[in-house]
Design a protein around this ligand. Structure first.
Ligand code: N01
Length: 533
């Protein structure tokens, strides 16, 4: 076998997870190397730079718990935009010297476990290869774009961009006639940017987004947050369901009087951010009545901002399109006001289904809409899709995508039976979609580091989740979901946004503290559910 570079650990991806793991594993003495498809660090914040791209998790919770980075960085916004996030990652790279140990512009296509040498070999599109004892796939949960199979799309003569493949440099939205498909977080943010400057914007909506107000704040750079508090923040954030400094209430909605509920909803709503979602009554995502109370409040608040009652009924209907919070409520700044402008239109594609694209726009059952720029904010094959461009082969050549074709199966949302010494972060069956990314990654980094150290201390060569443990964990994920309201929405949380994809809960819904307890128990019980060799 030709000599190829060999490491203790290979990481795919230089986003939050890759940077976190590189830092902690390096510090513990491992020889670590990253392969990254993009030309720089940043992960999702390299790819997502469409107009208005901005994070929905607030700072200082949305950052790495690495003192060298946070002690030398000050945010200027409560919810930073992509430009500031890119600067943050440049800063993290400078401080941590991520680039020193990273091959950029390198897309790994294959990762194969060799039972004899007990190592993983990865191969890149450009033929480059490397080997390591451990393989950590930190490839992001929204990395594989989804473009629906629209009839006649290739006929359209204007410009077409998927939000996740936005060209570098600017695509000026001023004076343009724009067709925008999708009203997820991405569609909402693009609408806010396009509305004030474009000639005309048609937003094609299939499902209303039950958006919450962002309540953006700009921080005074001369008075940064006291860094001495950060260590405590990072300890505290993993004790809340969503990895923030706020949490669900301990009571059910029905335990309060209507007046008490109204008061609480007003308070939560006024705080902005995700508070109205994950600092609400603890049964809001479990109980239909509790959920309806929340939805009705939301509907009243939002519809009051929309001048035309017919448009209000499309954007914030009196009857909930799905239980509140079972699809991601995006954070908006002035989304609803855009539809009060004469040049911004919402087209309900349930009432008038999309028929086909034409040279100059799109035809629905009601007529043709003409535009010269089409933006596809149609989302991602989330969570499992990130692995689909790779051939990941475990013991006896078992292929990960084949294994997951009918049903996703993991142990702890980080490992898979018969894929020894492989971990993934912020992926399927972890608290991913319901947690602030860096908080979840903080927890998973600790578990991976502890596991590698345990193996080093005990001279163990391989780690393999047992089939039974994987089955039990996966079954639990499904059972938890069936006791919640999540199955009532067609969302990417459950794989339901992709035609033909198995519909199943793809996230751990018990919250971050329960996940932390679970991982602690696994460790304390000598990595129960794992076979070591
Ligand atoms: O994607 P989405 P996204 N015809 O899947 C519609 C993260 N993120 O890119 O709801 C018509 O949410 C689809 O309609 P429906 C964040 O976690 C974060 O917006 O399926 N419409 C939906 O409206 C987020 O949740 C940030 O009925 C079609 C839209 O396309 C995740 O990424 C910013 C259609 C897709 O929405 C994904 O967000 C951006 C069809 N055939 C993203 N097919 C921040 O942190 C799909 N749609 C701020």
């Amino acid at each position: 076998m030709a000599e190829i570079p060999s490491y203790d650990v290979i990481i795919l991806g230089a986003g939050f997870s890759g940077c976190s793991l590189l830092y902690h594993l390096r510090k513990a003495g491992y020889n670590v190397h990253i392969f990254e498809k993009a030309p720089c660090v940043g992960g999702t914040w390299y790819w997502n730079h469409y107009p208005g791209a901005r994070v929905d998790s607030n700072t200082p919770m949305y950052e790495l718990d690495i003192p060298e980075v946070y002690n030398t960085w000050n945010w200027s916004q409560r919810f930073p935009d992509w430009q500031e996030l890119r600067e943050y990652f440049k800063h993290a790279d400078k401080v941590l010297e991520v680039s020193k140990d990273t091959d950029f512009n390198t897309t790994i296509t294959d990762a194969v476990w060799d039972e004899v040498s007990q190592t993983w070999t990865v191969t890149a599109e450009n033929g480059k290869q490397a080997r390591a004892k451990f393989f950590l796939a930190c490839v992001g949960f929204c990395a594989k774009n989804f473009t629906p199979d629209f009839k006649g799309l290739s006929k359209f003569k204007g410009e077409v961009y998927h939000s996740n493949e936005w060209p570098e440099g600017t695509v000026d939205l001023s004076g343009r006639r724009i067709g925008l498909i999708g009203t997820g977080s991405t569609g909402v943010q693009i609408t806010q940017e396009a509305g004030p400057v474009c000639e005309e914007l048609f937003v094609f909506q299939r499902t209303p987004n039950l958006c919450l107000h962002m309540k953006q704040e700009h921080y005074d750079p001369s008075a940064p947050i006291d860094k001495a508090k950060y260590e405590e923040y990072f300890k505290q954030r993993i004790t809340s369901f969503g990895g923030f400094l706020f949490d669900f209430l301990k009571k059910k909605a029905i335990e309060d009087t209507p007046e008490e509920r109204e008061k609480l909803y007003e308070e939560l709503y006024a705080q902005g951010g995700f508070q109205f979602w994950v600092a609400n009554y603890h049964d809001v995502l479990l109980d239909a009545e509790s959920n309806k109370f929340a939805y009705d409040f939301w509907q009243r608040k939002v519809s009051a901002r929309i001048m035309d009652p017919k448009i209000a009924e499309i954007l914030a209907p009196k009857v909930a399109p799905h239980p509140f919070g079972t699809k991601r409520p995006s954070l908006e700044q002035n989304y609803y006001e855009q539809f009060n402008r004469p040049n911004v239109h919402v087209v309900d594609v349930n009432a008038e289904p999309i028929a086909e694209f034409t040279e100059n726009g799109m035809r629905t059952s009601a007529g043709e809409y003409k535009f010269d720029l089409l933006i596809l904010a149609t989302g991602f094959d989330a969570l499992t899709g990130s692995y689909k461009h790779m051939n990941i082969k475990g013991i006896n050549g078992v292929d990960l995508n084949e294994k997951w074709a009918e049903k996703t199966r993991t142990y702890l949302g980080m490992t898979v039976h018969d894929f020894p010494n492989m971990f993934f972060t912020y992926g399927p069956q972890a608290p991913t979609a319901f947690s602030n990314g860096p908080s979840c990654i903080q927890v998973q980094t600790k578990f991976i580091l502890d596991t590698l150290n345990h193996m080093r201390d005990n001279k163990l060569t391989s780690f393999n989740a047992t089939g039974d443990a994987e089955m039990e964990y996966t079954t639990q994920i499904g059972e938890d979901a069936s006791m919640s309201l999540f199955p009532l929405a067609k969302s990417w949380y459950m794989g339901a946004n992709i035609p033909g994809k198995a519909v199943e809960m793809l996230n751990y819904i018990r919250g971050l503290p329960a996940y932390v307890d679970l991982l602690d128990t696994v460790e304390k019980e000598n990595w129960k559910g794992v076979d070591f060799a």
